[in-house]
Design a protein around this ligand. Structure first.
Ligand code: SF4
Length: 328
């Protein structure tokens, strides 16, 4: 089956200057050789620390950025190659919900006008139809149609995020990228917005690429998960397999550090130590080796390849670590 969305060996590198007085160019590898896929109606969770490249990946998927290498396909058709069918029919099919609702809601625009923007851009509906659709979506996310004439600052953080969700869904997209969409909300409001996203997924057959630094939230929402470290995916597989038998030491460290984890399942392994290295100075060998409690001699120079842990095809659980090589 052709996936709804597929990333094939996608990289996004930026050239930056070493310093104000030193023009020597350096390469910042924000996303480096990422391959993953999302099927129709499924949620792929992407988890990793702040600064690991998750948001750059989100922007590549919704075409706010171009990759420097690799391909992004929608229904098997390239979104990167100019003039493909996917590119010309893209309008509204991919949407995004940001952490800060002000990123998608212009504070100077009424909520109704902001929400109608994706429909206005497509040019396919009349003003009356747009008003109808705005009222219906506001109602669907638990707000009132008369809220359309108010401004974003008149709403609470949770209400603003509901409006951002309604705006993202108004054009009936196939896939919504949720980038830290509930991270700025307190726990009870977070749960309400997550439940809303799930209900809308069931009703509309949506797929989500659900991105967060919070393993608990990603684990709650996902069918499959990808763990990202320094611009690369290091573990990938079905949610239950990945959480029950994490194969990469980084995933194990994230799990050990996750708050609220069942104490009976805690391991003696140390939680994550040290800070994420700069993507301008990615360590040699396995990029995780300076922080890895389980590293072995070859980890400092030898970049690990992918190993299959279990399953096949879409259900395969894979990780990139020397400890999984046969004979170790
Ligand atoms: Fe740790 Fe080595 Fe595995 Fe990297 S390859 S995660 S350093 S054990």
């Amino acid at each position: 089956m052709t996936p709804l969305l597929e990333l094939r060996d996608v990289s996004r590198h930026f050239t930056v200057r070493r310093g104000f007085f030193d023009p020597t160019p350096l390469t910042l590898k924000a996303v480096d050789g990422v391959s993953l896929s999302v099927d129709k109606g499924e949620t792929l969770g992407l988890v990793g620390e702040s600064g690991c490249g998750k948001s750059t990946l989100a922007r590549l998927v919704v075409r706010l950025l171009d990759p420097t290498h690799g391909d992004i396909l929608l229904d098997g058709d390239s979104l990167v190659t100019p003039g493909t069918k996917a590119q010309t029919s893209l309008t509204g099919r991919l949407q995004m919900v940001f952490q800060d609702p002000f990123s998608s809601l212009d504070p100077r625009m009424s909520v109704g006008r902001s929400m109608a923007e994706p429909l206005t851009a497509s040019g396919r509906s009349s003003a009356a139809r747009r008003r109808e659709r705005v009222a219906a979506m506001l109602d669907r996310v638990g707000l009132r149609p008369e809220h359309a004439s108010r401004y974003p600052h008149e709403f609470s953080g949770g209400q603003r995020q509901r409006i951002a969700v309604a705006r993202a869904l108004i054009s009936n997209p196939d896939l919504v990228v949720c980038d830290e969409a509930v991270s700025s909300l307190d726990a009870s409001v977070q749960a309400q917005v997550l439940n809303l996203l799930r209900d809308l997924q069931d009703e509309m057959g949506l797929a989500y690429l659900f991105i967060s630094h919070d393993l608990g939230v990603v684990g709650h929402m996902s069918d499959r998960m990808a763990v990202m470290y320094l611009g690369r995916v290091v573990e990938y597989g079905p949610r239950d397999a990945l959480l029950r038998t994490p194969a990469h030491p980084y995933t194990r460290a994230l799990l050990a550090a996750a708050p609220g984890r069942d104490p009976s399942r805690r391991t003696r392994r140390p939680a994550l130590s040290g800070d994420l290295p700069s993507p301008l100075a990615v360590p040699t060998g396995c990029p995780f080796h300076p922080r890895c409690a389980e590293s072995i001699a070859r980890c400092t120079d030898d970049d690990p390849i992918w190993h299959t842990v279990s399953g096949t095809g879409q259900m395969s659980h894979t990780a990139r670590c020397h400890l999984l090589a046969s004979g170790l």
